[in-house]
Ligand binder design. Structure first.
Ligand SMILES: [Zn+2]
Length: 69
């Protein structure tokens, strides 16, 4: 999961739309990741619905961690 997320970041697959919303271009389509009020992330992909986490939301958290520094 983490390796896949890092690859998305490295390949420039994460697009920031505004402060809270991101497009992540995954292997199977483009998904919307949004930041939730509790500081977590929500993604529109099926994997997130099943597991509550996914490489897309993880990729966004990596990007945010980088931009904060
Ligand atoms: Zn996802």
């Amino acid at each position: 999961m983490m390796a896949k997320a890092r690859k998305l970041v490295r390949n420039g697959r994460v697009e920031r739309l505004d402060g809270e919303r991101f497009n992540v271009i995954g292997d199977h389509g483009t998904y919307n990741v949004v930041r939730t009020p509790d500081g977590g992330f929500s993604c529109t992909c099926p994997g997130f619905r099943d597991k509550g986490t996914c490489s897309h939301s993880t990729a966004v958290s990596i990007v945010l961690g980088k931009t904060r520094r």
